[in-house]
Ligand binder design. Structure first.
Ligand SMILES: *[C@@H]1O[C@H](CO)[C@@H](O)[C@H](O)[C@H]1NC(C)=O
Ligand SMILES: *[C@@H]1O[C@H](CO)[C@@H](O)[C@H](O)[C@H]1NC(C)=O
Ligand SMILES: *[C@@H]1O[C@H](CO)[C@@H](O)[C@H](O)[C@H]1NC(C)=O
Length: 772
């Protein structure tokens, strides 16, 4: 526990009274990621600094921005401090730029959605210390970091001739925006009339696919003369428009704009990159705006001086069924270009390389004797071993999907990186490709260490058993056997059965090797059991194929499962095999939980009502206990080791019953509108901490209590955001004192060892025997 050692010297220096005072003053907890090591989500953009070696950033769609640590290929998250409950949408990053004249400066367009899923307008963030601290320019419109088209770009760029000037290409018809004060303020460029009219599904009533995609990239031509004020005179702008024109240029630093003559009109330009030495703009095109689509496309080179476009689309000897997304130029070797398909779903993505400005291309793989393939690469997923069994071993797609960004380090022709829907790949021997031999293989490695961008659906920790079970979106879920393994990328994810997204997980409180998990996509059985603490799994034979998602609860002895499925209603099965039957006495969508020690007891909650079942979930009755003033039940947490002890989170705060809901006591009213609530081992002998997201003295954030909810201490601190409190998933460790887990919607699982008073954090560890 790094945390323990870090806090020891400070604790030792303080005498008794001073120590107590210091603890009341809400210590700043050190939060760190539980390590998956492989991203676990889409990386739509990567930007290297053009002048300073080793400076690079990767943006994600729901998990924020990351800075490269070149010494070990790892990444450091730089947007956690600005993604608290109010700033949650700052984990959506739609565009990224560096200042070519100052390697300390980085800029990003923050915001998640342009529809009502994100209620607030976007911002352009600017940092002068590589992302450690941020300032913001508020935009009068929204930014769509998790919207279709998010891999096109970069939509944000800093003028290399005058870094006070930035341009941002907006979505939603908002056009082109410009800053002349280094990003402090932005104003609309009225002379730029195009808006990028394409919307993938104009009739989409959610607003997600019906919003127009807008501008796709802004690229400064560093070879053009300087205009007044030292600005670059020639600037290219791409738009999502396949009807009129999609490439625009100004020759007078933005005073006037025109569609470039002779441009291809069929597809959407995803990337437009300047090769200064060749005085050329390279453009990748696809017939969709990404990241999931693309059935046709092209690659073009525009020779700026001749004003001529050349179709340099790579050939595979037959009509292509994909577009082009990622496009990289080797700054050290003008004319060397790498492009990737968007999307080639079978058998794999295509990546092509040219060393003659696109005249000829070579492929990363080709068919040999079908279905055998010649590969110019081998793959290494040591940094995220679970990618092997979870994905590569069972899929022909080894290179990834959704490749919208692909970059060659401007300072190192061998170093390249590309983003996929799963992880970030890359390597350090790209020029091996040029030996032009199928025997000379480059190594493509998963290089997303430090990028943690899973959408976590549920977390659980078993007293005396598995330390952490994390159900995730897109990459199934993960089991961490002990606290010692939390910093090691898992060897496997949950499979057999493998569901893309696991919605929930629970365990038998008195028979803790028994675990249940649920998937969220109806169409196959979506409930699986483990009898070895979540190491191996088997599909529950009694699940039907219509039920999915929701909340699952397993009785203390592991014999009964109550599943509030969505879709599917409330269901129950006994004995591990029996077909699930409807439970009529709980409303559809109810919260369900099991008593962790009394196998006949389940809890339910819905609206303003709290329910108890004393017949192992066959029937539920409204509990006698009153939760005074509570109109809306939000979460239920049964005490891990005490029968009948249950905590209920509501709009009026957290309530506690020690008698199966016969009576409830309110906890301190200083914490209101609570969200998830959880219990974890406390520092004093036999004590349990209570954790809850809610609105307390320090605002809407995470609080902990060592005194049963009489007092709530801010354990989140000012430096760590978890996104909205309503999406935070919470578990206290069943084994390590003060260890608490937060699952986020986009930044994976965080952990910290918190001190709430009493003994030193981490000091008490329950022995397995004591639990049995
Ligand atoms: C523009 O692209 C969309 C999506 O590929 C396609 O449905 C539409 O027919 C295209 N329009 C034109 C004019 O090519
Ligand atoms: C991979 O295939 C094997 C054999 O069919 C299967 O048992 C396993 O579940 C698969 N893994 C995944 C992640 O689907
Ligand atoms: C478990 O719950 C049942 C039903 O409420 C009750 O009769 C029984 O006494 C409880 N057992 C224990 C050990 O508390």
């Amino acid at each position: 526990m790094k945390n323990l050692f870090a806090s020891l010297p400070a604790l030792l220096l303080l005498a008794g009274g001073a120590q107590a005072a210091a603890e009341k003053a809400a210590p700043q907890q050190k939060w760190e990621s539980v390590k998956l090591g492989g991203g676990g989500g889409f990386v739509p953009g990567i930007v290297f600094h053009p002048k300073t070696a080793g400076v690079a950033y990767a943006r994600t769609d729901i998990g924020g921005l990351y800075r490269l640590n070149p010494a070990d290929d790892s990444w450091t998250a730089v947007t956690d401090a600005i993604a608290d409950n109010a700033g949650w949408h700052n984990w959506g990053v739609d565009a990224l730029a560096v200042d070519p004249t100052d390697d300390g400066k980085v800029f990003a367009a923050f915001g998640l959605y342009t529809n009502d899923w994100d209620p607030t307008n976007g911002q352009i963030g600017r940092s002068a210390d590589r992302g450690e601290t941020w300032e913001f320019a508020d935009l009068p419109f929204k930014v769509g970091g998790n919207m279709p088209g998010r891999g096109m770009g970069e939509r944000l760029a800093v003028d290399p001739a005058n870094p006070k000037i930035l341009y941002f290409g907006a979505r939603s018809g908002n056009g082109l925006w410009k800053s002349t004060d280094g990003g402090a303020t932005f104003a609309k460029v009225d002379s730029f009339k195009a808006v990028g009219t394409y919307a993938p599904v104009p009739g989409d009533t959610t607003g997600l696919n019906s919003d127009i995609q807008g501008l796709t990239f802004v690229t400064f031509d560093t070879t053009s003369p300087k205009a007044d004020g030292g600005a670059t005179s020639r600037i290219f702008v791409g738009t999502a428009d396949n009807k009129t024109a999609s490439l625009y240029v100004t020759e007078d630093a933005g005073a006037t704009w025109a569609a470039i003559k002779g441009q291809p009109k069929k597809f959407f330009p995803h990337k437009g990159k300047l090769s200064a030495a060749e005085k050329a703009l390279y453009i990748s095109y696809a017939d969709g705006s990404g990241p999931y689509d693309g059935t046709d496309g092209a690659v073009y080179r525009y020779d700026i001086e001749r004003g001529a476009f050349t179709d340099i689309t790579p050939s595979i000897g037959e009509k292509i069924a994909f577009g082009f997304g990622g496009l990289a130029l080797d700054a050290q070797k003008p004319g060397t270009v790498v492009v990737s398909s968007l999307n080639s779903w079978y058998p794999d993505q295509h990546i092509f390389r040219s060393t003659d400005s696109g005249k000829t291309w070579s492929r990363l793989w080709e068919w040999a004797n079908y279905p055998e393939m010649n590969l110019r690469y081998k793959q290494n997923v040591d940094k995220a071993p679970w990618i092997g069994p979870g994905f590569l071993d069972n899929d022909t797609k080894h290179l990834g999907w959704m490749i919208e960004c692909l970059e060659i380090d401007p300072h190192d022709s061998d170093h390249w990186l590309y983003g996929t829907g799963l992880t970030l790949y890359g390597g350090h021997d790209l020029t091996k490709w040029d030996a032009n031999s199928w025997d000379e293989k480059l190594t493509i490695s998963a290089l997303a260490d430090g990028i943690e961008e899973t959408s976590v659906q549920d977390v659980a920790s078993i007293p005396g058993g598995t330390e952490l079970l994390a159900a995730t979106g897109d990459v199934s879920g993960f089991t961490f056997k002990s606290a010692e393994t939390l910093g090691e990328a898992p060897k496997k994810n949950w499979y057999d059965p493998h569901w893309t997204t696991n919605a929930g997980v629970d365990f038998a409180g008195a028979a803790g090797k028994n675990v249940v998990r649920i998937g969220n996509s109806a169409g196959s059985k979506q409930l699986a059991l483990s009898s070895d603490g979540g190491d191996t799994w088997a599909e529950h034979p009694g699940a039907d194929t219509k039920a999915a998602g929701g909340i699952v609860a397993m009785s203390a002895d592991g014999e009964t499962i109550v599943w509030s499925a969505s879709p599917g209603g409330v269901l129950r099965s006994q004995g591990g095999k029996e077909a699930f039957k409807a439970v009529f006495s709980l409303p559809e969508g109810a919260i369900v939980a099991s008593d962790k020690q009394n196998a006949t007891v389940f809890y339910g909650a819905s609206g303003g009502k709290f329910y108890v079942s004393t017949d192992a979930g066959v029937t539920f009755k409204v509990a006698a206990g009153e939760l005074k003033g509570a109109k809306n039940m939000v979460d239920v947490a049964a005490h891990p080791v005490k029968a009948g002890d249950v905590w209920v989170s509501t709009d009026a705060g957290v309530f506690h019953s020690t008698n199966y809901g016969a009576t409830f006591a309110a906890t301190s009213t200083a914490l209101k509108n609570t969200q998830q609530v959880a219990l974890g081992v406390g520092s004093a002998k036999d004590s349990w901490n209570v954790y809850a997201f809610g609105e307390g003295a320090a605002g809407a954030r995470l609080y902990g209590s060592a005194d049963g909810g009489k007092t709530w201490v801010d354990i989140q601190g000012d430096k760590q955001g978890f996104g909205t409190t309503s999406t935070g998933k919470l578990a206290g460790s069943g084994n390590v004192a003060g260890l608490v887990y937060v699952g986020t919607n986009g930044r994976g699982v965080f952990r910290a060892t918190v001190s709430l008073g009493g003994e030193k954090p981490g000091a008490r560890r329950l022995s397995r025997r004591a639990r049995a």
